[in-house]
Write a new protein. Structure first.
Length: 290
């Protein structure tokens, strides 16, 4: 099929893009990598009056470190993230998760901002940004605002972005040196969306866990922060017993749906199994282990 007719604009600045969005009063769509939008257009599930192609806005593509925070422009390609030596050294959780996104052609065109704005709860980036307690920078006619992931993701394919706003930057605080990390997921075929994915981050002081972050992808309408499971780990030694207890609690906390791909019960089972795997891998990576 072919898309329904639409107007096309290719601005070269953020200001131009915002002006076009305002011009169409909520009836325009932003085109970033197009890996999610183009299929929707072709099947006519989305019928915007206009596309605002932001691929020519060079100011939206970068990876840099400033004051203990990694800043990524929203138009940074997933392949650039995957190949970034800075991210590999400083934020390997993001690198590991990126390698699981679709296939190479998708990562070559897809952008981190496009994935986050699309807000598929089974996608890797929403879970990672939530686990890292990142900050999303949004620009609109009224200026700039910063949004935490728990306020940004609203429901399935729905964010708190207004129709005349653009996600411009992702800010991710660097974990302390020696932290353990892992992203584990289960999909039926390589490149498929995960039935369940788990982002894990462990910070230790001495032998005890000072901070644990666990987030599930594919376990509900938004990335699921598994706070009850985190609390089982924090302040305690990272033992197999505590890991098993945290994984069991994680399975109780999620509220997945049943669909043609898997039942809710199977997704809960996967949450327990992959939380345990992620925690074991994160522990093995503490203090620079691989």
């Amino acid at each position: 099929m072919k898309p329904a007719p639409f107007e096309y604009h290719a601005p070269t600045t953020i200001e131009e893009a915002l002006a076009h969005l305002s011009e169409y009063g909520g009836e325009a769509k932003l085109l970033a990598g197009g890996q999610s939008l183009m299929p929707l257009l072709n099947f006519r599930l989305s019928r915007p009056a206009a596309l605002v192609d932001i691929n020519r806005i060079g100011a939206l593509s970068y990876i840099k470190e400033e004051d203990g925070t990694l800043r990524l422009g929203a138009m940074t390609r997933q392949r650039a993230i995957e190949r970034s030596e800075l991210l590999r050294r400083r934020l390997p959780l993001l690198t590991e998760a990126t390698a699981l996104v679709g296939h190479l052609p998708i990562r070559t065109r897809g952008t981190i901002g496009g994935s986050l704005a699309h807000a598929d709860p089974a996608a890797e980036y929403p879970a990672v940004v939530t686990a890292l307690e990142g900050e999303l920078v949004v620009r609109g006619p009224g200026g700039e605002r910063r949004v935490r992931p728990e306020k940004f993701f609203v429901s399935y394919l729905t964010t708190s972005l207004a129709p005349d706003e653009i996600l411009t930057e992702i800010r991710l605080p660097l974990p302390p040196p020696g932290s353990g990390w892992a992203f584990e997921e289960f999909s039926r075929r390589h490149g498929d969306f995960a039935l369940i994915g788990i982002a894990a981050l462990l910070v230790v002081e001495g032998k005890r866990c000072a901070k644990a972050r666990l987030v599930a992808a594919g376990a509900g309408p938004v990335p699921a922060r598994l706070r009850g499971a985190e609390q089982i780990l924090e302040g305690k030694d990272l033992t197999e017993q505590s890991f098993e207890a945290a994984a069991a609690r994680a399975a109780e906390l999620v509220e997945p749906d049943s669909d043609i791909h898997a039942s809710a019960a199977f997704r809960r089972h996967l949450t327990r199994v992959f939380t345990l795997r992620a925690l074991r891998k994160a522990r093995a990576r503490l203090h620079g282990g691989q």
